[in-house]
Design a protein around this ligand. Structure first.
Ligand SMILES: [Fe+2]
Length: 231
Protein backbone atom coordinates (compact mmCIF):
# COMPACT_ATOMS: atom_id res chain seq x y z
CA UNK A 1 0.00 0.00 0.00
CA UNK A 2 1.16 3.52 -0.73
CA UNK A 3 0.23 6.03 1.94
CA UNK A 4 0.71 9.77 2.21
CA UNK A 5 -0.11 11.65 5.40
CA UNK A 6 -0.86 15.38 5.31
CA UNK A 7 -0.84 17.73 8.30
CA UNK A 8 -2.97 20.86 8.12
CA UNK A 9 -1.23 23.02 10.71
CA UNK A 10 -3.97 25.61 11.36
CA UNK A 11 -6.51 22.95 12.39
CA UNK A 12 -4.01 20.26 13.44
CA UNK A 13 -5.89 17.86 11.16
CA UNK A 14 -4.33 14.79 9.59
CA UNK A 15 -5.52 13.59 6.20
CA UNK A 16 -4.50 10.53 4.23
CA UNK A 17 -4.13 9.33 0.67
CA UNK A 18 -3.99 5.55 0.27
CA UNK A 19 -3.27 3.94 -3.07
CA UNK A 20 -2.96 0.48 -4.52
CA UNK A 21 0.50 0.29 -6.16
CA UNK A 22 -0.64 -2.03 -8.95
CA UNK A 23 -3.86 -0.38 -10.05
CA UNK A 24 -3.01 3.20 -8.95
CA UNK A 25 -6.54 3.52 -7.58
CA UNK A 26 -6.66 5.71 -4.47
CA UNK A 27 -8.85 6.95 -1.63
CA UNK A 28 -8.54 10.10 0.44
CA UNK A 29 -9.53 10.17 4.10
CA UNK A 30 -10.66 13.44 5.77
CA UNK A 31 -9.30 15.99 3.27
CA UNK A 32 -9.05 19.66 4.29
CA UNK A 33 -10.31 22.27 1.82
CA UNK A 34 -7.31 24.57 2.28
CA UNK A 35 -4.97 21.79 1.12
CA UNK A 36 -6.83 20.85 -2.05
CA UNK A 37 -4.03 21.95 -4.40
CA UNK A 38 -1.54 19.85 -2.46
CA UNK A 39 -3.68 16.71 -2.82
CA UNK A 40 -4.30 17.29 -6.51
CA UNK A 41 -0.57 17.78 -7.03
CA UNK A 42 0.23 14.42 -5.41
CA UNK A 43 -2.54 12.63 -7.36
CA UNK A 44 -1.19 14.10 -10.58
CA UNK A 45 2.46 13.42 -9.80
CA UNK A 46 1.78 9.81 -8.77
CA UNK A 47 -0.80 9.29 -11.51
CA UNK A 48 -3.28 7.97 -8.96
CA UNK A 49 -6.99 7.86 -9.77
CA UNK A 50 -9.09 8.92 -6.80
CA UNK A 51 -12.06 6.56 -6.38
CA UNK A 52 -13.42 7.73 -3.02
CA UNK A 53 -13.26 10.50 -0.48
CA UNK A 54 -13.95 8.88 2.88
CA UNK A 55 -15.07 11.00 5.80
CA UNK A 56 -14.60 9.60 9.29
CA UNK A 57 -17.31 11.99 10.55
CA UNK A 58 -18.96 15.34 10.10
CA UNK A 59 -16.15 17.72 11.02
CA UNK A 60 -16.64 21.00 12.85
CA UNK A 61 -13.00 22.12 13.01
CA UNK A 62 -12.11 22.31 9.32
CA UNK A 63 -13.90 22.58 6.03
CA UNK A 64 -13.75 19.32 4.10
CA UNK A 65 -12.33 19.22 0.57
CA UNK A 66 -14.73 16.38 -0.32
CA UNK A 67 -16.96 18.34 -2.72
CA UNK A 68 -14.00 20.01 -4.41
CA UNK A 69 -12.18 16.70 -4.84
CA UNK A 70 -15.30 15.12 -6.29
CA UNK A 71 -15.58 17.97 -8.76
CA UNK A 72 -11.89 17.78 -9.72
CA UNK A 73 -11.46 14.00 -9.92
CA UNK A 74 -14.88 12.34 -10.21
CA UNK A 75 -14.36 10.55 -6.88
CA UNK A 76 -17.39 9.43 -4.88
CA UNK A 77 -17.93 10.82 -1.39
CA UNK A 78 -18.67 8.26 1.33
CA UNK A 79 -19.64 8.97 4.92
CA UNK A 80 -21.43 7.33 7.81
CA UNK A 81 -23.43 10.45 8.62
CA UNK A 82 -26.78 10.92 6.90
CA UNK A 83 -26.51 14.65 7.60
CA UNK A 84 -24.01 14.80 4.71
CA UNK A 85 -26.92 15.02 2.33
CA UNK A 86 -25.16 15.01 -1.00
CA UNK A 87 -22.63 12.27 -0.28
CA UNK A 88 -22.69 9.46 -2.84
CA UNK A 89 -22.63 6.53 -0.40
CA UNK A 90 -23.67 6.00 3.18
CA UNK A 91 -21.39 3.56 4.95
CA UNK A 92 -22.01 1.44 8.01
CA UNK A 93 -20.34 -1.20 10.17
CA UNK A 94 -19.09 -4.13 8.14
CA UNK A 95 -19.12 -2.44 4.74
CA UNK A 96 -16.12 -3.11 2.53
CA UNK A 97 -14.61 -1.09 -0.27
CA UNK A 98 -12.19 -2.55 -2.80
CA UNK A 99 -9.68 -0.07 -4.17
CA UNK A 100 -7.61 -2.08 -6.62
CA UNK A 101 -6.09 -4.73 -4.33
CA UNK A 102 -6.70 -2.72 -1.17
CA UNK A 103 -9.62 -3.73 0.95
CA UNK A 104 -11.00 -1.15 3.34
CA UNK A 105 -13.40 -2.25 6.09
CA UNK A 106 -15.73 0.07 7.91
CA UNK A 107 -15.98 0.01 11.71
CA UNK A 108 -18.68 2.07 13.42
CA UNK A 109 -17.01 3.94 16.29
CA UNK A 110 -19.61 6.40 17.69
CA UNK A 111 -19.02 8.67 20.64
CA UNK A 112 -17.21 11.81 19.43
CA UNK A 113 -20.20 12.13 17.09
CA UNK A 114 -23.04 9.58 16.73
CA UNK A 115 -21.88 8.48 13.27
CA UNK A 116 -18.08 8.33 13.51
CA UNK A 117 -16.42 5.66 11.40
CA UNK A 118 -12.97 4.09 11.57
CA UNK A 119 -11.46 2.72 8.36
CA UNK A 120 -9.38 -0.45 8.58
CA UNK A 121 -6.97 -1.29 5.77
CA UNK A 122 -4.44 -4.15 6.16
CA UNK A 123 -2.57 -3.44 9.42
CA UNK A 124 -3.69 0.17 9.73
CA UNK A 125 -6.58 1.94 11.42
CA UNK A 126 -7.70 5.42 10.42
CA UNK A 127 -9.62 6.52 13.47
CA UNK A 128 -10.61 10.12 12.78
CA UNK A 129 -11.42 11.79 16.11
CA UNK A 130 -12.32 8.60 17.97
CA UNK A 131 -8.99 7.26 19.28
CA UNK A 132 -6.15 9.81 19.21
CA UNK A 133 -2.53 9.36 20.27
CA UNK A 134 -2.58 9.27 24.08
CA UNK A 135 -6.00 10.86 23.97
CA UNK A 136 -9.46 10.65 22.40
CA UNK A 137 -11.77 13.01 20.55
CA UNK A 138 -13.70 15.68 22.41
CA UNK A 139 -17.37 15.47 23.38
CA UNK A 140 -18.44 18.90 22.12
CA UNK A 141 -20.85 17.68 19.43
CA UNK A 142 -24.55 17.70 20.38
CA UNK A 143 -24.76 13.95 19.87
CA UNK A 144 -21.49 13.12 21.64
CA UNK A 145 -21.62 10.35 24.23
CA UNK A 146 -18.76 9.45 26.58
CA UNK A 147 -20.00 5.90 27.24
CA UNK A 148 -20.31 5.12 23.55
CA UNK A 149 -16.85 6.58 22.92
CA UNK A 150 -15.36 4.39 25.66
CA UNK A 151 -17.08 1.32 24.23
CA UNK A 152 -15.98 2.09 20.67
CA UNK A 153 -12.36 2.45 21.73
CA UNK A 154 -12.07 -0.37 24.26
CA UNK A 155 -14.30 -2.96 22.59
CA UNK A 156 -13.45 -2.31 18.97
CA UNK A 157 -10.14 -0.50 18.49
CA UNK A 158 -7.95 -1.60 21.40
CA UNK A 159 -8.72 -5.22 20.49
CA UNK A 160 -6.57 -5.07 17.37
CA UNK A 161 -3.10 -6.58 17.47
CA UNK A 162 -0.33 -4.60 19.17
CA UNK A 163 1.46 -3.81 15.93
CA UNK A 164 -1.63 -2.37 14.20
CA UNK A 165 -0.78 1.19 13.22
CA UNK A 166 -2.99 4.01 14.44
CA UNK A 167 -3.42 6.95 12.09
CA UNK A 168 -5.60 9.51 13.85
CA UNK A 169 -7.43 12.61 12.64
CA UNK A 170 -5.27 14.97 14.70
CA UNK A 171 -1.64 15.09 15.70
CA UNK A 172 -0.83 15.15 19.40
CA UNK A 173 2.31 16.60 20.93
CA UNK A 174 4.12 16.34 17.65
CA UNK A 175 3.21 12.67 17.09
CA UNK A 176 1.37 11.68 13.94
CA UNK A 177 1.28 7.87 14.19
CA UNK A 178 1.05 5.35 17.00
CA UNK A 179 0.22 1.65 17.36
CA UNK A 180 -2.52 -0.15 19.22
CA UNK A 181 -0.12 -1.85 21.66
CA UNK A 182 1.27 1.54 22.65
CA UNK A 183 -2.21 2.97 23.18
CA UNK A 184 -3.41 -0.05 25.15
CA UNK A 185 -0.44 0.21 27.49
CA UNK A 186 0.02 3.97 27.71
CA UNK A 187 -3.10 5.93 26.80
CA UNK A 188 -3.95 7.56 30.17
CA UNK A 189 -7.66 7.78 29.34
CA UNK A 190 -8.07 4.02 28.92
CA UNK A 191 -5.17 2.23 30.60
CA UNK A 192 -6.66 0.87 33.84
CA UNK A 193 -9.60 3.29 33.59
CA UNK A 194 -13.14 1.96 34.04
CA UNK A 195 -16.07 3.08 31.90
CA UNK A 196 -17.54 5.07 34.80
CA UNK A 197 -14.21 6.73 35.56
CA UNK A 198 -13.81 7.68 31.93
CA UNK A 199 -17.30 9.20 31.78
CA UNK A 200 -16.61 11.22 34.94
CA UNK A 201 -13.27 12.43 33.61
CA UNK A 202 -14.71 13.51 30.28
CA UNK A 203 -17.56 15.38 31.99
CA UNK A 204 -14.93 17.68 33.51
CA UNK A 205 -13.17 18.41 30.24
CA UNK A 206 -13.77 21.87 28.83
CA UNK A 207 -14.97 22.09 25.24
CA UNK A 208 -12.80 24.18 22.99
CA UNK A 209 -14.64 24.59 19.73
CA UNK A 210 -12.99 25.90 16.58
CA UNK A 211 -13.85 29.43 15.50
CA UNK A 212 -16.83 29.38 13.11
CA UNK A 213 -17.55 25.76 14.06
CA UNK A 214 -21.29 26.02 13.40
CA UNK A 215 -20.72 27.54 9.99
CA UNK A 216 -18.07 24.93 9.15
CA UNK A 217 -20.35 22.06 10.21
CA UNK A 218 -23.18 23.50 8.12
CA UNK A 219 -20.93 23.63 5.05
CA UNK A 220 -19.68 20.12 5.73
CA UNK A 221 -23.27 18.83 5.72
CA UNK A 222 -23.09 19.83 2.06
CA UNK A 223 -19.76 17.96 1.75
CA UNK A 224 -17.80 21.19 2.03
CA UNK A 225 -19.36 23.84 -0.16
CA UNK A 226 -17.03 26.83 -0.01
CA UNK A 227 -17.56 29.24 2.86
CA UNK A 228 -18.37 32.83 1.97
CA UNK A 229 -15.33 34.98 2.65
CA UNK A 230 -17.54 37.85 3.72
CA UNK A 231 -19.00 35.96 6.71
FE1 LIG B 1 -14.09 15.94 14.98
Amino acid sequence: MHIRQFLDRPSGSLSYLLACPESKRAVMIDPVADDLALYLGVLDEMQWQLDYVLETHLHADHLTAAASLRQATGAKIASGDAQMQNADCQLQEGDRLNIGKLQISVIATPGHTPCCLTYHCADRLFTGDCLLIGDCGNLCDNGADAGRLYDSITRKLLRFADETLLYPGHFQQGRQVSCIGDERRNNPLFCGVSRDEFIARMANRPCQMAARCNEIAAANRQCGIPLSKTN
